[in-house]
Design a protein around this ligand. Sequence first.
Ligand SMILES: Nc1nc2c(ncn2[C@@H]2O[C@H](COP(=O)(O)OP(=O)(O)OP(=O)(O)O)[C@@H](O)[C@H]2O)c(=O)[nH]1
Ligand SMILES: [Mg+2]
Length: 558
Amino acid sequence: MSALVNSFFSLTRRSIFVKSRHFSVSSNSLNRFFDVPDNAPTLEENTEWLNSLQGPNKNLSQLDDYEYTYIVRDKSDLEDSEKNSEFIRFRSKKTKTVHTVVKAACDEDPYHILSIPASDYFLSSSPFSSLNAKRRPKAESVQSFSDLRVVKLKSGRGGDGEVSFFRDAGISAGPPDGGDGGDGGDVYVMASKEISSLHNIRSRYIAQDGTKGKKGQLDGKKGDSVYITVPVGTHIRWCPDPKEIRSLRNENTEEMVFHVKAVSDEYGSLLPKFIQLFRNAYKIGEGWIFKEKDDIYHSQKEYFTDLNEKVKQFDARIRETELLKDTFPIDGVDLGEVTEEPLLLLKGGKGGLGNMHFLTPMIRNPRFAKMGREGLEEHFIFELKLLADLGLVGLPNAGKSTLLRAISNAKPRVGHWEFTTLQPSIGTIQIRIDQPPFTVADIPGIVKGAKHNKGMGLNFLRHIERSGGLVFVVSLGSRNPVDDITTLVDELEEHRIEGKNVLVVATKADIDGSIEKFKVLKQFVEDRGWKIVPCSGLNKENIEKVIQLMAECSGKYI
Ligand SMILES: Nc1nc2c(ncn2[C@@H]2O[C@H](COP(=O)(O)OP(=O)(O)OP(=O)(O)O)[C@@H](O)[C@H]2O)c(=O)[nH]1
Ligand SMILES: [Mg+2]
């Protein structure tokens, strides 16, 4: 059965309705050679189908807007009207990025234009590859952990429809019996607890193309889909071509923006929700495959141009469905839990119609069929964000890893050099047998200037982005603990702290002179309305109190 013709869509966003059609298909293909096949659509069925396609005259050219998903613009080149402050700006709750709509959708143009700063895509994986070589051997191996991958994904192209005619003893040219092409394979993603890093994710995945239709009304095979397994906690977002991002980065310009076509989830809404993706497939009314006589010959024939006018409506419906499905949330997709079903990222192209559908009273020998539709080819950023209830934030060497060892079963590496921790680790703390445990993430240290990419930068903060609470770890062995916490707060910036519970753990309390320093620090911290607790991670002193306050800070037991 031709899935293509049979498709039944009930779509709300642009309210398109395609009638379901049924062509009977015989499963008894062995007999085909001897009988005139009864599973091809009959002449009457074809006529009825083609007539049903004539709907209200749609603006077909609007559907043919293949120009681009995005373009790169220099802010200084923008029209004054585009710089106007009246544009809609909104901050995404999830990603905290500010989006600007520079042009809202209207009747003539169904797309919003969203302006995204190029710097939003200047990302790198946490492992600190630029660490100086002397230090690196001491540091943890960074080979086996990766929390960021840019991947290129491609869904399969649909197979072409077949042009063929039934042949048998005594029948040299029977009715058309070319089957439809198979659909291209899709690209799916699944989240699993079995893996904990993105380092095995390849840089490209390509789904298989659908195969061509065959004679005897046989449809082509659907291309194999690709299933990508990522760890739970992976966040996926669409991104422009990384080559373009890299070249902008080389120019070192912060002034560049991507203008991305986007759509809302309901008609008339001003807030875009999805990025519109485009497939580079044939335009409405094109995509014919001719056997023997060419397109010039056919375009002069009235029977063909009449047919094509009707088939254009069919193309338009496929196209509308593609546009509806070929979108991706602007904020990306969060795979925070094990996926029950694979999640579709890119849909494969539809297979083309075989010539059996074009038998009409006017056309007895349709020597043409339709091509398959192209797949989608897009880049995505896969970002692993570990899920912990609390994140430990502190300067290098503050004693974060020692603290995590003291409070939990986790065994992060401890060392007296800076940047011992190069990859995040998570400890689990069971406070009472009848309550769920809470988790704490130990991440690399933050230095002054981290927000400008000093030290290990701030990229690894992605791992504590979603935690309920922040724990600032400050060493009382430091010269001036108040300076240290001020640095941390400055580097994190208010928006990363706001809305979170904050606890300050003053560690290394066993060191001489720590009492005086603690008093000053306590005053500073309490003025901000935060709680503070002293301890020694090394000697495991006051650890019970630390655990109790951390449990509170996690917000999990209230
Ligand atoms: N005296 C004393 N030393 C400590 C204490 N906690 C940690 N240290 C020492 O401080 C040094 C750094 O400890 P780590 O736990 O590796 O510090 P970190 O904050 O994880 O450091 P990075 O991972 O490099 O950011 C080590 O030499 C520890 O032995 C403590 O409570 N008292
Ligand atoms: Mg550490």
